[in-house]
Design a protein around this ligand. Structure first.
Ligand SMILES: [Zn+2]
Length: 203
């Protein structure tokens, strides 16, 4: 018995043969296990290919998948993504001669992370060596605020922890050390905000 080739069976399932050939192959199928296996394989492949064409993923899945392929910022490391950007710093502003000295005791900074603004006011206590940090976290999209944990860290070490109030405000007093940052627990993600150093501290 002469078998039909793979190509023949592909043509058969695609139904592109003459009625005559088709009929002979159909007849052959009844008696040949080997060709039946080939036929079954290629009919399931053809069906899968056809199903694939008809298949449209849910728009939500598509949107999520697309968001994964948004080109990342060139310098955007993993940490960079979680770092709030500094948008304003009084220490970088040109001050008039008369108020210049005050910049050493009070510094105001504004950070941005996505839709969030983080306002920091750092003030050196006049008599002690301590620094007072007043912050406010504001959402630019909605006025709704929830309290969130804020931690003051030196490297990996947590120095102080607090919680914002309903207005997104928090307050901390600490002895200044180098390399300080805040960790804000926003949506189960830790956002880092660098705490500025004071050039006059310890002098
Ligand atoms: Zn056969």
């Amino acid at each position: 018995m002469k078998h039909f080739t793979t190509k023949d069976w592909i043509d058969y399932v695609r139904d592109v043969q003459t009625a005559d050939v088709s009929a002979r192959m159909k007849e052959h199928l009844e008696n040949c296990e080997e060709c039946r296996a080939s036929f079954q394989l290629w009919s399931s492949v053809t069906k899968a290919a056809a199903d694939d064409l008809n298949y449209a993923p849910p728009s939500d899945a598509l949107r999520i998948a697309r968001s994964q392929f948004v080109p990342s910022k060139p310098a955007g490391s993993f940490l960079g993504e979680l770092m709030a950007n500094l948008v304003f710093d009084t220490a970088q502003q040109a001050l008039t001669a008369g108020v210049r000295s005050s910049s050493n005791v009070c510094r105001q900074l504004l950070y941005q992370h996505g839709q969030r603004f983080i306002d920091l006011r750092v003030e050196k206590a006049p008599t002690t060596d301590e620094v007072s940090l007043i912050g406010q976290i504001q959402e630019s999209t909605s006025g709704k605020q929830t309290t969130m944990p804020v931690a003051l860290c030196c490297g990996e070490r947590i120095i102080q922890q607090t919680q914002t109030n309903d207005m997104g405000e928090f307050h901390m007093v600490f002895s200044p050390v180098e390399d300080l940052h805040l960790e804000l627990d926003i949506c189960e993600k830790k956002i880092r905000v660098r705490v500025p150093e004071f050039p006059d501290v310890g002098k």
